[in-house]
Design a protein around this ligand. Structure first.
Ligand SMILES: [Zn+2]
Length: 336
């Protein structure tokens, strides 16, 4: 019997990564990376996605049962549309699913990258064995995904689980989405760095290691620098991370009330800090939860797939797509 392959693609503002998977394993047997060259226009980016998929498939495109693509920003997985992609100029309402299916002659499904990272962590990472998983990614932005009753929750327009855009501080700082006070605007890596610079400029943290790490140019204060100082024992830096963790933990309490997961998984670069971030998260979630039952048997843990969560999740999406092929896939059903 000819082997069957699945392709997962992680479309980012900087790189397009594609991987070929064999049935049901999360370890790809081929992996390729192409520059996105986001400014080159939607058509050119589409060409490079196709090239990455063809290269990952090798000689065996005919044996590819399905292609899953993780796209940044809001995605309508039912219609196969990328509604917008924050780091890819000109990508508005791009029919990525239909275009790529036509170019390749293979079934294609798409999803939001954080949603698919949740799918990957659930099936092959820190969420294995659970049916109710809450995943949050804390990096330059904040995103997430929810698996409820063994199914990825995407919502009517595919826009569910935008946990970074829940209100954390009424009338707070402006968010990347244009609203004010969303969690992403006060607790993402980008926000953490901005708050650090503001407080240093205001004269706080006079003896903080952050000052010696970046010198007089405070623009060098990034989330990575704050994290490094905190891990080295700098109290001011650790306080900044604890503040972010507390805000995340309060929002998490609301999410526990909404979804009642049996595990909460934190991914993304800032989560690599581990307990420096997660202990304040746990403490705040416990403090604000209406009952101990929400967190007593619900570990709050770090993700285990690292940078590959979205890529693996896209692979899982392609595997699930082929399982559904006896029925029309939702994207086709919705378009006809
Ligand atoms: Zn927002």
């Amino acid at each position: 019997m000819m082997p069957v392959f699945y392709i997962g693609v992680d479309l980012g503002g900087t790189n397009i990564r594609a991987a070929r998977f064999t049935a049901e394993s999360h370890k790809p047997d081929r992996k390729v990376k192409h520059a996105t060259r986001a400014k080159s226009g939607p058509g050119a980016v589409m060409d490079r996605i196709e090239a990455a998929i063809r290269e990952a498939a090798g000689e065996s495109l005919e044996q590819v049962a399905g292609v899953g693509i993780a796209a940044p920003g809001p995605v309508d997985p039912h219609l196969g549309l990328v509604l917008s992609a924050p780091n890819i100029p000109g990508w508005e309402n791009v029919p990525l699913q239909a275009d790529m299916a036509q170019r390749l002659g293979r079934p294609v499904a798409i999803g939001n990258d954080a949603n698919l990272a949740a799918l990957g962590e659930w099936r092959f990472g820190a969420g294995q064995g659970h049916a109710d998983v809450l995943y949050l990614t804390i990096s330059t932005g904040i995103g997430g995904g929810v698996v409820s009753g063994g199914r990825l929750l995407v919502g009517a327009r595919g826009l569910a689980a935008e946990v970074g855009h829940m209100l954390a501080v009424p009338n707070g700082p402006k968010c990347s989405c244009g609203q004010r006070g969303h969690l992403e605007a006060v607790a993402s890596g980008t926000s953490m760095a901005r708050i650090a610079r503001e407080r240093l400029e205001a004269g706080e943290g006079a003896d903080s290691a952050l000052r010696s790490l970046v010198g007089s140019d405070l623009s060098g204060v990034t989330a990575a620098v704050v994290g490094k100082a905190a891990l080295a024992g700098d109290a001011f830096a650790a306080g900044l991370i604890a503040d972010a963790g507390t805000l995340i933990g309060r929002t998490l309490a609301s999410l526990l009330h909404a979804y009642n997961p049996s595990v909460v998984i934190f991914g993304g670069g800032v989560s690599m800090l581990g307990d420096v971030l997660l202990e304040p998260v746990r403490a705040a979630a416990r403090k604000h939860a209406m009952s101990e039952a929400y967190w007593r048997d619900c570990p709050i843990v770090q993700a285990s797939l690292g940078d590959d969560a979205g890529l693996v999740g896209a692979g899982v999406l392609s595997m699930d797509l082929t399982r559904r092929q006896a029925r029309p896939i939702p994207a086709q059903a919705a378009r006809s």
